[in-house]
Write a protein that binds this ligand. Structure first.
Ligand SMILES: [Zn+2]
Length: 247
């Protein structure tokens, strides 16, 4: 199902730190898995066709996608990945290009997790010139390709929940069919404590949800067993975004 209003409404949110977003964004998320071939809404200043933005998957399947901002200490990333694997989960890591090296790329993809593009330097690219924003997307894509042979299935905007029309256009030009947003914000980047992080996720999560988390925060690691147990009790299976969207 495509919600064209969402594509319009998701523009112009205030960017905060990390993958942050306003606590109550002025958008009611809806399924927005818009293939590149689908005509996008066409306000005067918007290109006729834009790559879509995925906010969540179908609501009638008992699956969710845990997506991680990929940065921070590698040892912490390893412990997060080991924890999700003990719970038989697969996740999606949206890597900051400067963080990515061959070891962590192999670790993520070798275990069957998704690896995507979260810009080269994790700056606020929506405030950049077109050329600088393009470089942030394409440099990370090149890094991914160099290390894995693929630029990854997904691109996620840095420093904002939603991609602007320009960023969507640049992402499409770099080979990404969709931009990856989310409908559940754990707010783990605020380090509110492991119980609060788990509560933020388990209160909001529904079938099809895409959850925003961060690899670089110890409280996220501490919250994961509670999150994974809670999902298991609700029969929600954590899968990659690729599996969530049946691609
Ligand atoms: Zn991020």
């Amino acid at each position: 199902m495509i919600d064209r209003r969402h594509l319009l409404a998701s523009v112009g949110l205030l960017p905060l730190a990390a993958c942050a977003s306003p606590a109550r964004p002025p958008v009611t998320p809806a399924v927005a898995t818009t293939p590149a071939t689908t005509p996008a809404p066409a306000p005067v200043s918007t290109p006729a066709r834009l790559p879509g933005e995925v906010v969540h998957g179908l609501r009638d399947r008992p699956m969710v996608a845990l997506t991680f901002h990929g940065a921070g200490p590698y040892g912490l990333a390893e412990r997060v990945l080991s924890t999700v694997e003990r719970h038989h989960a697969h996740v999606t890591v949206m890597a900051v290009g400067t963080w990515l090296n061959r070891s962590i790329a192999d670790r993520v993809t070798g275990a069957g997790h998704d690896l995507g593009n979260h810009t080269m330097h994790h700056l606020d690219i929506s405030g950049m010139s077109k050329d600088r924003a393009r470089a942030e997307i394409e440099d990370c894509a090149a890094r991914l390709h160099e290390l894995t042979g693929s630029s990854g299935a997904w691109f996620r905007q840095s420093a904002a929940r939603h991609a602007t029309p320009l960023i969507r256009e640049l992402a499409r030009a770099a080979g990404y069919r969709t931009c990856l947003s989310y409908d559940v914000d754990s707010s783990d980047f605020l380090d509110p404590g492991e119980r609060a992080i788990a509560g933020n996720v388990l209160r909001a999560v529904r079938p099809g949800s895409i959850v925003s988390l961060h690899l670089g925060h110890p409280q996220t690691l501490a919250a994961l067993p509670r999150i994974l147990d809670g999902l298991h009790r609700r029969h929600l299976r954590p899968v990659t975004v690729t599996e969530l969207l049946h691609l």
